[in-house]
Design a protein around this ligand. Structure first.
Ligand SMILES: *[C@@H]1O[C@H](CO)[C@@H](O)[C@H](O)[C@H]1NC(C)=O
Ligand SMILES: *[C@@H]1O[C@H](CO)[C@@H](O)[C@H](O)[C@H]1NC(C)=O
Ligand SMILES: *[C@@H]1O[C@H](CO)[C@@H](O)[C@H](O)[C@H]1NC(C)=O
Ligand SMILES: *[C@@H]1O[C@H](CO)[C@@H](O)[C@H](O)[C@H]1NC(C)=O
Ligand SMILES: *[C@@H]1O[C@H](CO)[C@@H](O)[C@H](O)[C@H]1NC(C)=O
Length: 553
């Protein structure tokens, strides 16, 4: 469901039947786009409804995470002071930055200074007083040293993940300062994940440590929002502790009370319960949680990965059936939420291609873009309000920015999505039942109005070609005299080998930063009037139809 290919279709269309279908639709004020396959002249047509908004998602729809494991060795938090990383993060705003993950439930705040008794007197606090963003900048020499050490650290973290034995860690106020300044100076909205595995003997949440942390953050005027616990459905496996949905709900109500008493956080966001994706055995936790605590939260969060990083294959990343599993899981979650608290927004609170840190040689390459872009398209179409990509930076291979803090293909894809795609989701689907329909995935939104160069009424079509050859997309007369900007993304290397590439081309030109603080212009290519759109095989693209005259855009 929710797939273009699953929309009503009229079988293998003869040319005449196609023509009358087109005419019929045109009469009903829909815009029809015809696709003509280069090789066999089979035709595929798209149905685009530009007259009503199907769903509207959050302005911060595409958001990112940093895994809490970054704080396992606190000095690596200094990486967040890298000017390059900040420039990259800035280009992804507006967005949430979630700091959480497995490690969050093994972390304790352990302040070093005396801020509670003598707020600003501590020498170290003064250093962060009235801070300016420049002050947190990581000097190049230190950045290089840290990056070298980080390589070793990531393999240690990976081991820990594999062994599922999580070391407890402590973090100081400096770690919090570095995290907050990164978020604030980049313009990201910080969401901090609190430890839910601090329990009292009666197995209720022990909020003491969280209260020390929130009062520290309040003393610093850090504007942020909160979560509590990560994937509570697997606490037994991770820590030998069982918490049911009802109890977790009680814990959230307790946290909401604490926040309500704070001047700064009385109306700040609280999101949860960050459950893993629905599986046979742990369906009840979300229902019970919502029955107890729906009023305490601003959005319901769940996590999704398509495949296990250890045995994922290249084919998985291009398999329409694998991509469709997101729709199945999303439906299950939406049904649960709808039955208990129908108005509650639903977020993908942590999500990526493959769990267990990503799939080696795949999650950080060009081919990962098929899962990522399809997830963005499908999630919005189904009404998920926010999608938080695991991770912006951090260990594993599903990061957007690599260990040298250089952007990977999914980063560039994300930036383009931010610039070009607006929060209004329109309906588009493949009408014809032709052979390659499942290999052609299409999504349609209003063009992001913040991209000032596009006029009102413009729409952004984004398409993924999961097969190997080029297709020509011919627009019908009504739209074909609209000027079109194409942003075609391809691997920087040719052929199948290119799928494994960590470099990506936009309209034929390699994407890379201009310098440590500057992104390239990312401009579209004008499609000559009347010419078909040419989408190469194994690629994806955004098309701005500038004169679509969509009244809702
Ligand atoms: C598709 O475009 C290519 C290049 O412009 C052209 O050679 C080919 O004839 C086109 N095919 C169709 C079916 O329009
Ligand atoms: C557009 O810009 C405004 C003002 O900066 C911002 O509040 C809003 O979130 C942006 N929306 C999108 C979709 O980028
Ligand atoms: C966050 O950044 C803005 C500038 O972008 C600054 O004015 C504000 O003081 C910062 N907030 C805190 C708590 O430092
Ligand atoms: C991608 O290329 C293949 C080549 O066989 C074609 O069949 C398919 O329709 C194309 N899809 C898109 C979206 O261009
Ligand atoms: C586009 O074509 C339609 C119908 O063929 C015509 O009415 C309209 O004026 C054209 N628009 C532009 C911008 O050329």
């Amino acid at each position: 469901m929710g797939q273009p290919g699953a929309m009503k279709s009229s079988g293998a269309l003869a040319p005449l039947a196609l023509f009358s279908t087109l005419l019929f639709l045109a009469l009903y004020a829909k815009t029809v786009l015809a696709l003509f396959l280069a090789e066999d002249f089979e035709s595929v047509s798209l149905d685009m409804n530009v007259h009503s908004v199907h769903k509207r998602v959050n302005e911060r729809f595409l958001s990112v995470t940093i895994d809490a494991s970054l704080v396992a060795e606190e000095r690596f938090m200094y990486l967040l002071g890298s000017p390059k990383l900040r420039a990259l993060a800035k280009a992804l705003t507006p967005a949430f930055l979630r700091f959480g993950g497995t490690k969050q439930d093994f972390m304790k705040f352990n302040p070093q200074s005396e801020y509670l008794s003598s707020k600003s007197n501590s020498r170290k606090s003064v250093h962060y007083q009235g801070y300016s963003c420049d002050r947190f900048e990581l000097p190049p020499l230190l950045e290089d040293k840290l990056k070298q050490e980080w390589t070793l650290q990531t393999s240690l973290l990976h081991q820990e993940e594999l062994q599922r034995k999580y070391k407890k860690v402590k973090f100081s106020e400096y770690a919090v300062d570095l995290l907050y300044s990164f978020a604030n100076c980049s313009g990201l909205d910080l969401i901090f994940g609190l430890n839910a595995l601090l329990r009292t003997p009666g197995n209720t949440w022990d909020s003491q440590n969280a209260e020390v942390l929130t009062s520290y953050c309040e003393s610093r005027h850090y504007v942020m929002s909160w979560e509590l616990g990560n994937e509570p459905n697997s606490y037994e496996k991770k820590a030998g502790i069982r918490i049911d949905g009802h109890q977790l709900g009680q814990d959230f109500l307790h946290l909401r009370n604490i926040l309500q008493e704070s001047k700064l956080y009385h109306s700040s966001g609280l999101y949860g319960p960050d459950v893993g994706q629905p599986r046979e055995h742990h369906k009840d936790i979300l229902t019970e949680f919502l029955e107890t605590a729906a009023d305490a939260i601003d959005a319901t969060t769940w996590h999704h990965y398509y495949v296990n990083g250890r045995d994922a294959s290249l084919e998985d990343f291009l398999d329409p059936q694998v991509l469709d599993t997101l729709a199945v899981k999303t439906n299950e979650v939406l049904e649960t939420v709808l039955s208990v608290s129908p108005m509650k927004k639903v977020w993908l609170g942590e999500t990526s291609s493959a769990y267990g840190g990503g799939a080696m040689g795949l999650s950080d390459t060009f081919v990962a873009g098929f899962m990522w872009l399809d997830k963005l398209g499908l999630a919005a179409k189904m009404g998920l309000d926010v999608v938080m990509r695991q991770v912006l930076i951090g260990s594993g291979t599903y990061h957007l920015v690599d260990d040298n803090l250089d952007p990977l293909p999914d980063y560039w894809l994300s930036v383009l999505y931010k610039r070009l795609v607006g929060p209004e989701v329109l309906k588009a689907g493949v009408l014809s039942n032709s052979v390659p329909k499942r290999l052609l995935r299409v999504y349609l939104h209003c063009t992001n109005r913040n991209s000032s160069s596009y006029r009102q009424g413009a729409v952004t079509l984004f398409t993924l070609n999961l097969s190997k050859h080029q297709i020509n997309i011919s627009l019908p007369a009504r739209i074909s005299n609209s000027s079109i900007k194409a942003f075609v993304l391809q691997s920087a290397e040719p052929g199948e080998k290119g799928l494994y590439s960590r470099a990506i081309k936009l309209n034929g030109a390699l994407l890379k930063m201009v310098d440590e603080r500057t992104l390239p212009p990312l401009s579209g290519a004008e499609v000559p009037l009347g010419e078909p759109l040419k989408l190469p095989g194994l690629s994806f693209a955004f098309y701005i139809l500038q004169q679509a005259h969509a009244a809702v855009c």
